[in-house]
Design a protein around this ligand. Sequence first.
Ligand SMILES: [Zn+2]
Length: 339
Amino acid sequence: MNNPHLDIPVRAPAQTGVDDTILPFEVSALDLRGRIVRLGPAVDAILSGHDYPLPIAKLLGEAVVLTVMLGSALKFEGRFILQTQSDGPVRMLVVDFTSPGKVRACARFDAERVAAAIAAGEDKPGQLLGRGHLAMTIDQGPDMNRYQGLVPLEGKDLEQAAHEYFLRSEQIPTRVRLAVAEEFRGGENGGARRRWRAGGILLQFLPKSPERARQADLDPGDAPPGTEVSVAAEDDAWVEGRSLVETVDDIELIDPALSSERLAYRLFHERGVRVFRPADVQAQCSCSRRSVENMLQSFPQEDRDDMVEDGKITVTCEFCSSIYVFEPAEIAPGDSAVS
Ligand SMILES: [Zn+2]
C-alpha cells in the first residue's frame, strides 16, 4: 500500500443522505472503486408517472438504479441505454441515461400475463422478464460508433445479469446491489401517499496487474459429472470487497437516515475509504414537439394516414406520457426545414 493520503483531513461523514445523487468512492488499499446511488424524487417521478403494477414498478426501479450507476461512469457526453427484450410477462424495459445526470424509463408488458403472474406468486424479477437478453448501448452522438454489450437473460434478475455482463464482456470483477421500495407517508386528510425510493451500490476490482482480476469461473451448469472445472483462485482483496458488498441490506440502500457517505464508511472504514464529489440525478425526458415531428416525418405517408384519428395525429411519449397533437398537414413531407 502506498500513498496513504496523510494530508487529507479526516471528518465524520454526514448523517443525513442527499437524495438523487451518485457518490463515487475508492478503497485504494484493496484496489476497489465503486459508486453508491441514492434516488428519491427522481425515481418517484418516473414510477408514479407510469402507474405500473407494483412488481413492474419495482423491476423498472431496479433497472433505473443500474442504469444510473453504469451511465454515470461515462467519461464523455453521451447516452447510456439499458434495454431488455424477453419472452416473460414484461416484454421490454428501457432506461435512458443522458450525461451528466438525466434519466427516463418505461416498460412494455402484457397486462393479463402480469396479473396472472402476480396471482400465482410468480412475480419475481427473473420470472417477469423470462428469457431473452439485456442490451447496454453507449451512444456518443451521430458521428461516433455505438457500442453495444449483450447479456442473455435466462430467468435471471438484473443484479445477476449485470455480474455476468461484467464477467464476460468487460472481465472486471463486479458486484452490484439494487434495492427499490415504497415509503408510506401520512398525507393531508389522513390519506397516505406512497413514495418510491431506490438505491444501489456497485463495486469493482481494478488492480494494476490484470492477472489479479481473474475470477472463479461461472457455475459449469449441466456439464457431465466428472468434467474438470477450472477454478481460478480469486484475489483476497476482491473476496474481501465483494463479501462486504454482499452483506448490504436493502434498507441500507434506501434509508433516508443513512447517507451514502456513511454507508461507504460503514462498509470500508477498516481499510480507509475515500469519497469523491457526488453528482446529481434528475428525472427528465428528452422528448420535444420537434423530435416527435421529426419521427413522424420519417414514417411513410401511408403509416401517417393510418395514425389520423378525428382529423388529428396524437402521439403520447412512452417515457413521460406527454401528449403531442398534430394536424396531418403540419407533418407533410418537405416541411422539415421549417422551424
Ligand atoms: Zn417524453
